[in-house]
Design a protein around this ligand. Structure first.
Ligand code: FAD
Ligand code: DLZ
Ligand code: SF4
Length: 464
């Protein structure tokens, strides 16, 4: 018999560790462990989401007749780490083999590689098939290139998977419609609701446990409304395609006070923990284009995020780790200001983005990049402190995707491996793309003096 360990971000029946699972002989193991919950103090909503999704996944496996060994975090005897929990399971089941899918993060994969020796049983580590590009595929693509640019990588994947293609040419005649995707959002536009699901009994139990046990972690726990199963995540994806995809492109970069969700998909947390697969999203979006439900700039824009950026940042992460995590090419040395936790700042844009992050464990891309990331870049905050913040505050954050986005895209701390230039901007950009400045203590037009917008003088200081 085999013990098959499924990690909290591998919650999919097509995960390679379950490929040849045997209902009678094998045991599928999931464990909630203190080490994962606290190595950074994850947002309370993120913990509720992961533990609830893990418990729902285990229940679905049991209903399907699999033998499941589930260790909850509050179970007596829980030893607190993947390695020590596996040790207990190996002592109990005496398996021929432990089978796992490679961890998505360097830290955990390194740990996995030591298990065969420490457990004294064969540990088979299988590749993660959930991405469109394998580690080797990315390495081969990157080999010999002077610069790695997402756009060229994205085109290759579109061609090889025939996504939005008409033979060898991109549908619509252009590879990229980004120039059409930078519209500010008029305050009169009707914004559809995001997906909302009332917590069921499993989620309610988890909410209670997290609120008692992880009280000192950042974030609001009330009003939890995320999906916890694959079916629910597919419902959330469908709702996006039906109600928001058509305007996703137009308003992708827009920000509006008290409107955290806008026309984004809000599915990254599901994709990153396995409830959704990239092809689920790509197929539905392509269908929406062919059924004339959504225009090409929206569909291409959405697909580029998943086929382009998501795969590209993973490739960069695995190509350059572990050295990548130490990069600080601009020698940024300041500490992260307290207002990243409290939201107490007179800069309205920052206060709004921190408030929404605290409430939802979510902020959309431009809030993360051009407000919170931009400030950290301009103010010269040390990448370690910025990375820790991003890794713990967002429900979709795992190091493989968080680190390149922060160190590479937001902070330019990798010296240009991921992005061609720093995403540095003054208050004028934030004013163009949002209505935050209207309600701000500072004057976005002023460049110096008491009332000047801090983004303005920090921007000029940064350039100098
Ligand atoms: P949408 O805007 O609807 O985009 C659709 C999907 O495309 C997303 O669900 C996501 O899977 C993918 N995607 C879009 N942009 C990126 C990107 N740059 N990198 C990887 N995938 C992308 N994304 C994470 O999943 N986890 C993170 O920890 C994370 N940290 C970030 C930190 C910074 C500083 C920045 C600038 C971006 C970060 N992103 C991260 C990327 C992006 O902001 C989120 O994926 C997105 O906001 C999630 O919301 P959504 O599902 O509504 O995305
Ligand atoms: C994010 C997370 C958290 C908070 N807790 C657990 C856990 O208790 N058990 C588990 O299997 N996975 C958890 N995860 C997801 C893991 O951090 C993720 O699978 C690894 O980081 C992948 O490298
Ligand atoms: Fe942000 Fe400056 Fe606008 Fe205030 S004035 S909201 S600080 S960009």
């Amino acid at each position: 018999m085999n013990v098959r360990l499924v990690l909290g971000d591998q919650l999919n029946r097509d995960i390679s560790s379950l490929d040849d699972v045997n209902r009678t002989n094998d045991v599928i193991m999931l464990c909630e462990v203190a080490e994962e919950a606290t190595y950074v103090k994850h947002h309370q909503k993120k913990l509720v989401f992961i533990f609830s999704a893990m418990r729902h996944f285990a229940e679905a496996l049991r209903t399907d007749g699999f033998q499941v060994h589930y260790v909850s975090i509050d179970e007596a005897g829980n030893s607190g780490s993947f390695g020590s929990e596996l040790k207990r399971a190996v002592e109990r089941y005496k398996p021929d083999k432990v089978i796992v899918t490679e961890a998505s993060e360097y830290r955990v994969l390194e740990d996995m590689k030591s298990w065969q020796k420490t457990l004294g049983v064969m540990v088979e580590i299988r590749p993660d098939k959930r991405f469109l590009c394998s580690h080797k595929g990315f390495k081969d693509w990157a080999k010999g290139r002077k610069q790695l640019r997402m756009e060229y990588f994205y085109r290759e994947l579109r061609k090889s998977y025939q996504i939005l293609m008409d033979g060898d040419s991109p549908i619509g005649g252009q590879w990229n419609y980004d120039a059409d995707n930078k519209k500010p959002l008029p305050e009169t536009v009707n914004i559809p609701q995001t997906y909302r699901l009332a917590p069921d009994a499993i989620t309610q139990t988890v909410i209670k446990m997290v609120s008692e046990r992880f009280l000192d972690h950042f974030g609001d726990i009330d009003d939890f409304h995320y999906a916890a199963t694959r079916k629910q995540a597919l419902d959330a994806l469908n709702q996006f395609v039906e109600t928001r995809l058509s305007l996703f492109g137009d308003y992708q970069d827009a920000m509006l006070q008290n409107e955290p969700w806008l026309f984004h998909s809000h599915i990254s947390l599901y994709l990153n923990c396995g409830l959704l697969l990239p092809m689920d999203c790509i197929k539905l979006a392509e269908e929406a284009y062919h059924n004339q439900q959504a225009p090409i700039n929206a569909v291409e824009g959405f697909i580029r995020q998943i086929v382009g950026w998501r795969e590209f940042v993973r490739g960069v992460y695995w190509l350059y780790m572990p050295e990548y995590a130490k990069r600080n090419s601009l020698d940024a040395q300041r500490h992260l200001p307290e207002f990243y936790w409290s939201g107490q700042t007179k800069m309205n844009c920052v206060a709004q983005c921190v408030k929404e992050t605290k409430q939802q464990a979510y902020a959309h891309h431009i809030q993360r990049l051009m407000v919170l990331g931009n400030f950290a870049l301009l103010a010269g905050i040390h990448p370690d402190e910025v990375n820790e913040w991003y890794l713990l505050v967002y429900a979709d954050a795992y190091e493989w995707v968080e680190l390149p986005n922060v160190t590479g895209m937001a902070l330019f701390a990798d010296g240009g491996l991921l992005a061609s230039k720093p995403y540095a901007a003054s208050g004028a950009y934030i004013n163009k793309m949002s209505n935050y400045c209207k309600n701000c203590h500072y004057n976005v037009k002023a460049k110096y003096g008491e009332s000047a917008c801090p983004f303005n003088y920090l921007y000029w200081h940064f350039l100098i």
